[in-house]
Design a protein around this ligand. Structure first.
Ligand SMILES: Cc1cc2nc3c(=O)[nH]c(=O)nc-3n(C[C@H](O)[C@H](O)[C@H](O)COP(=O)(O)O)c2cc1C
Length: 107
């Protein structure tokens, strides 16, 4: 799966990359990590900072054990997802969310 602008640097030059790591490699661990990352994005944007999910770069780290070692994570933990955070000149505005982007079945 590909994300974002492939012409850009995968981290877009963000000053801060926050990695969320998990020990278990199952759906619950991935979902929990995603919820944590999402809360970070909301908190960052609430403070007027720019934030972007950087899950692709976090997942790619798994192929670089020499870099994983430098993260000094507890035994067995691996990065699951990432959030790039930094000051932005972009004006953060409330967008009109198209409800047809998400399928909903009312029962
Ligand atoms: C689960 C998830 C993972 C994402 N991973 C990346 C990523 O690795 N790199 C990236 O540039 N953007 C990533 N994004 C951000 C999306 O590319 C997109 O910018 C963001 O979801 C906002 O989309 P929208 O403007 O269409 O609402 C990710 C988004 C989600 C929901």
């Amino acid at each position: 799966m590909m994300f974002g602008d492939l012409e850009s640097h995968p981290l877009y030059g963000v000053p801060t990359l926050i990695l969320v790591s998990a020990k278990d490699r199952d759906e619950m661990a991935y979902a929990s990590a995603g919820i944590i990352a999402h809360n970070m994005v909301l908190a960052a944007e609430n403070k007027g900072l720019g934030a972007c999910y950087l899950f692709g770069a976090a997942a790619a780290l798994a192929a670089h054990p020499e870099t994983i070692v430098k993260l000094d994570l507890p035994t067995g933990f691996l990065p699951v997802c990432g959030v790039g955070v930094g000051e932005t000149e972009e004006e953060l505005t409330i967008r009109d969310q198209k409800m047809n982007q998400i399928g909903i079945n009312e029962i």
